[in-house]
Design a protein around this ligand. Structure first.
Ligand code: FES
Length: 278
């Protein structure tokens, strides 16, 4: 017997599988999570793209706040004080982000992340849209061919993302300073911006360390945990974080936007930083 799904596509059932004609038998709102994911991811991509190319309001000189979308700022287009690692290139053309040395790797890290893959495969490709809901595509090749085989590069992006998290931490430590515009003297300072940068960095570390590749790096391929007690302990901790990887993935989308947006408001003079110390 032949069957036609309600999507109009004929699918003969695999041997031994039931011949179900509906696309799904689910009656709950299975379409809601992919819809929310699509809106969330699209919002982040649009915001991050616009802000990365904005080219202004990314650094607060007085309080040393640098937006994470501009770190490290190493071109001659950057404000010199924001170039914590020096300036390696000449002027950036408008269509390239100032943080050209980090953003492509961070983008690669997130794009190939195991959680985000699930999220955008479902949200944008309906592959599949949800558990127990048939996908519209007739062929499934998984990640065994180009271009999706490139998803395997995730482990390498992890190493770069780890280094960039150290840079973000350095930026955050510098934000515990305040420079007096009259005298030019720098001393300890703490403002709402410092705390926002701190929360963002904690989130970035939680996301990076809870990565599946990190879990593999710390405890993968060990035959005897008893012979590697330190690695076992680290692996156990990473494994606990790993169960919350999805939470950290969304949390950091929020903290990245919040941090950049706050720095933009203060840097552009729209609001003043709420100072706690100095
Ligand atoms: Fe998500 Fe590695 S699995 S960052």
């Amino acid at each position: 017997m032949t069957t036609t799904h309600d999507s109009g596509t004929y699918r003969p059932p695999a041997p031994g599988r039931p011949d179900i004609r509906q696309r799904t038998l689910r009656t709950d709102r299975w379409w809601l999570p992919p819809l929310v994911n699509a809106l969330g991811l699209a919002t982040f991509v649009v915001y991050a793209t616009i802000r990365s190319l904005w080219g202004s309001a990314y650094y607060v000189e007085q309080y040393h706040y640098l937006s994470p979308f501009y770190s490290p700022c190493v071109s001659a287009s950057c404000i010199p004080e924001a170039s914590h690692l020096g300036q390696w290139f000449g002027e950036m053309p408008w269509f390239l982000p100032y943080a050209l040395v980090s953003l492509p790797f961070l983008l690669g890290f997130r794009l190939t992340c195991y959680y985000y893959r699930k999220s955008y495969y479902r949200a944008f490709w309906s592959s599949p849209p949800a558990c127990a809901v048939a996908e519209p595509h007739s062929k499934y090749t998984g990640e065994t061919r180009f271009p999706l085989i490139l998803q395997n590069a995730h482990r390498y992006f992890f190493y770069v993302a780890f280094v960039i998290s150290i840079l973000n931490t350095y930026d955050m430590v510098l934000a515990f300073q305040s420079t007096d515009p009259a005298t030019g003297q720098t001393s300890f300072g703490l403002g709402l911006g410092t705390l926002i940068l701190l929360i963002n960095v904690v989130g970035l570390w939680l996301y990076t360390l809870s990565c599946h590749s990190c879990r593999h790096v710390t405890g993968g391929r060990l035959k005897h945990f008893s012979k590697h007690p330190v690695r076992y302990r680290v692996w156990t901790t990473i494994s606990k974080l790993n169960t919350r990887h999805m939470l950290f993935a969304w949390l950091t989308i929020g903290t990245l936007i919040l941090t950049d947006f706050y720095v933009m408001l203060v840097a552009s003079g729209t609001i003043s930083d709420l100072r706690i110390v100095n």
